[in-house]
Design a protein around this ligand. Sequence first.
Ligand code: CMP
Length: 141
Amino acid sequence: MIERTLLMVKPDATGRGLAGEIVGRLEKGGFKLVAIRSLTLTRSEAESFYGVHRERPFFGDLVEYITSGMVVPMVLEKENAILDLREFIGATNPAEARKGSIRSDMGTDIQHNAVHSSDGPDTARREISFFFTERELVQVV
Ligand code: CMP
């Protein structure tokens, strides 16, 4: 099934000028770019985006970090996009990520792990609409 999912380049990667290389890797990997933007999240936007982690001990640090610089969210489309993207970017902790994956090559530690991706269909829907309007998601082909 053709799916859409959300990938967000995080401040550690945008700060090192890696956003373009990440988009290139994704496109070469068969993910079609549907929409993309850049912004710096406010604290309340970050708390809402990562709301599912509110009770976790790392939540405060996560919000602090994700608001510390520019993020580049994008919508990607392909067959089985949600699971395939998670495999493509590698495990959350770069030290455990598959060699050659984005997180293995570009991440530093579990917090500074270069990119975020949606973990399932409901999350993908929620995260896509968090950043993009319906109009931005229309493609005429
Ligand atoms: P992400 O896929 O963006 O989803 C939540 C983020 O919390 C995760 O990537 C990590 O970057 C971050 N995080 C920080 N500490 C931890 C931790 N101990 N376990 C899981 N995620 C963590």
